[in-house]
Design a protein around this ligand. Sequence first.
Ligand SMILES: Oc1ccccc1-c1ccno1
Length: 242
Amino acid sequence: MRIDVVTIFPGYLAPLREALLGRAIGSGLLDVAVHDLRDWTHDVHQAVDDSPYGGGPGMVMRPQVWGDALDAVLAADERPARLVVPTPAGRPFTQADAHAYAAEERLVFACGRYEGIDQRVVDHYADALPVDEISIGDYVLVGGEVAVLVVVEAVARLLPGVLGNPRSAAEDSFSDGLLEGPSYTRPEVWRDRPVPDVLRSGNHGAIARWRRDRALERTVARRPDLLAALPPDALDKKDRAL
Ligand SMILES: Oc1ccccc1-c1ccno1
């Protein structure tokens, strides 16, 4: 997979080259290119934004600069790409999206700042390739770079060979529609708090049931919306008895 990121702060994307993602890049599982949007400005001030039509606070990122940048970046590789634009007004990014993006040959991320990117940029490219405006949560950031770090990590960890143990991704939170339950490791007792006995019993059936029950309890308590979204046959009789 190739990932391109266009931003006015390339340094914000440096963490992509650390740890797990850095190893994925080093081993050729992932190819990441970060581009400075200002490379496509032509004025002495390297202006990337301007005042909003209709008035209002803040500045809007100029379509000409983004058009020149995205034309150049998209033309740099013949693989079909999906353009992803993080924005607080976007559709919520989910684990299902991460799996879908992990199947793409190429992702191009446009990092907006200020009041966002002139809408005509998204409208223009949507005529030529898939374009997603996505949000990573109901809060407002200063720019899209942090959202790109989140999305790239969620996607890259699903690529074959990136995670040491492929079972980790298969047993993620959300993989069965529920939140993951609690986890424990040594010591057996820590500050007078013991590990639940069942986890040390060696009874794999009881352990699986206990873990499922804890995942259901946590999902009911923290994310009832996930339960409501489950398909009718997702919960068995024991689940419903909880
Ligand atoms: O708040 C933002 C500002 C710019 C680009 C993206 C965001 C955002 C907020 C939540 N998800 O994305």
